[in-house]
Design a protein around this ligand. Structure first.
Ligand SMILES: *[C@@H]1O[C@H](CO)[C@@H](O)[C@H](O)[C@H]1NC(C)=O
Ligand SMILES: *[C@@H]1O[C@H](CO)[C@@H](O)[C@H](O)[C@H]1NC(C)=O
Ligand SMILES: *[C@@H]1O[C@H](CO)[C@@H](O)[C@H](O)[C@H]1NC(C)=O
Ligand SMILES: *[C@@H]1O[C@H](CO)[C@@H](O)[C@H](O)[C@H]1NC(C)=O
Ligand SMILES: *[C@@H]1O[C@H](CO)[C@@H](O)[C@H](O)[C@H]1NC(C)=O
Length: 435
């Protein structure tokens, strides 16, 4: 019995190694972007799709909590080439609690790992992706639980990964991790720890985007060529094997509010307003817009809008707000900044001043390429800085990062976010083909 189990594991390892040369081409698939999905010509060549997210706390209990994927996995598989691996992502931004509990000690780590293995086996996943953002701190709760309260995670993180890998590897399941792109967030990725992590995981998704976030106070590109390269070089220096690293791409633009009265003539270094509240929450002065049709070329509101009777409004409802109410981005009528401010839906009620979508239209029409840094940007004189990626920059990232650094592949967030014309998506597909 023992002997045949060991042999089965060896066979699996050998066949996995035989395919190690093919470049990885990975998409995350999140539950919020499922209405317009790419067809199979667009998804051709994808090697792994990672569904996001299973809550980390599900795996800390005995018996294990139940994870219900947002889409039946047979339907997920039908969107891709036969043989595409479907991985279960655990965690995601804001979900660190289950990891902290699970990593704590040998008993909790074994339980967590066993629960992960049981879940992927039961649901029929092929692989596991750990998205702990981030071990050691700087997560969404960094003001509530300071990083000093999470120092132990720097040591326990590789131990948890090792247990998970041990529990899933006899099923030939790969283990991957998503790691931050901003160096300030590399807390658990030290020169001492990275070589340990590198030995355990099969691949590493480097989130070489969101390189500017709401904790910054000056503008910079969020996913420039230069910034992405710097993140990759730093991780290689810390000890990751280049062929385990995948370069990350974002199918969305980011915007940030700059200080009134500033004339931001350069993409780097223009001062922003406070983008985060003192308690770490979001004051709505920055955000992301996906490259979906509704953002790139929003249809004007239909001429036949009716006044709302239940307080809902906006895109897709055919309803507008009454009197002086504003329609929020979430489709509710009301007043105040959340309704009437930057994310207000014009045409479905009142909006105060500029709107983010209106500003994005200006950005798309008037943007500039910063050739020093390899980033697309626009500064709207209403005080909004925009930063995003184009098919041209994506192609350059293959030539100037993926190839010369001999990376193992690429990945992107996320599957349904480029639905306007799939042009960034197809640039990735073309880049992978050239590898
Ligand atoms: C798939 O989508 C692409 C991009 O929108 C389009 O050009 C192509 O015609 C579609 N193919 C099929 C078979 O529908
Ligand atoms: C994950 O589950 C925990 C425990 O049930 C819950 O408190 C938390 O809100 C959940 N997180 C998310 C992102 O749903
Ligand atoms: C292990 O960690 C868990 C979760 O934090 C805790 O409940 C448990 O008491 C710990 N066990 C030992 C033996 O320290
Ligand atoms: C801006 O951010 C830097 C780096 O986090 C920090 O050192 C500096 O104090 C901040 N400046 C302001 C005005 O908040
Ligand atoms: C901002 O700077 C640009 C370039 O130097 C200049 O053309 C423009 O007039 C300036 N705008 C303002 C409002 O000062």
């Amino acid at each position: 019995m023992m002997r045949s189990l060991i042999l089965a594991c060896l066979a699996v390892t050998a066949s996995a190694a035989a395919h190690a040369q093919k470049a990885r081409y990975i998409f995350y698939f999140d539950q919020y972007h499922t209405t317009i999905l790419p067809n199979k010509t667009v998804t051709a060549g994808i090697t792994h799709v990672i569904t996001a997210f299973a809550n980390s706390s599900l795996f800390t209990t005995d018996p294990v909590g139940e994870y219900v994927p947002f889409m039946d996995l047979a339907l997920v598989r039908a969107l891709f080439d036969p043989g595409t691996k479907v991985c279960m992502a655990i965690g995601g931004w804001g979900d660190t609690a289950g990891f902290s509990v699970g990593a704590a000690n040998d008993t909790s780590r074994k339980l967590f790992a066993k629960n992960v293995a049981t879940t992927v086996k039961k649901l029929g996943y092929d692989c596991v992706d750990v998205d702990w953002e981030y071990p050691g701190g700087n997560g969404n709760d960094y003001k509530q639980t300071p990083n000093s309260g999470k120092v132990f995670e720097i040591q326990t993180y590789p131990l948890l990964l090792a247990e998970i890998k041990k529990a899933i590897k006899c099923h030939s399941h790969e283990l991957s991790i998503a790691v931050p792109g901003r160096e300030a967030d590399f807390i658990a990725y030290t020169a001492e720890q990275v070589p340990k992590i590198d030995k355990i995981v099969d691949f590493v998704n480097v989130m070489s985007y969101d390189l500017m976030n709401r904790r910054d106070n000056k503008t910079t590109h969020h996913t420039s060529l230069k910034g992405s390269l710097a993140a990759i070089e730093k991780y290689i220096e810390l000890g990751f094997t280049p062929s385990k690293l995948n370069l990350g791409f974002a199918m969305y633009a980011k915007w940030f509010t700059t200080v009134p009265g500033q004339n931001c003539t350069e993409p780097i270094g223009c001062p922003t307003v406070a983008l985060e509240n003192p308690d770490g929450t979001d004051p709505g002065k920055s955000g992301a817009l996906t490259l979906e049709a509704g953002n790139i070329a929003p249809a004007p509101p239909p001429a036949t809008l009716k006044g709302t009777t239940d307080g809902t409004c906006g895109y897709g409802t055919g309803l507008r707000c009454l009197a002086t109410d504003c329609c929020s981005q979430y489709g509710h009528c009301g007043n105040g900044n959340d309704y009437c401010g930057a994310t207000c839906q014009p045409g479905y009620g009142r909006c105060d001043g500029f709107t983010v979508k209106g500003s994005f239209s200006k950005a798309l029409a008037n943007s500039q390429y910063d050739s020093d840094n390899g980033g697309q940007w626009y500064w709207d004189s209403d005080g909004i800085f925009w930063t995003w990626d184009t098919p041209e920059i994506i192609a350059k990232k293959f030539d100037e990062i993926v190839k010369p650094k001999e990376l193992g592949g690429v990945f992107a967030w996320s599957l349904g976010e480029d639905s306007y014309d799939w042009s960034n998506f197809l640039a990735l597909q073309a880049g992978v083909k050239r590898l």
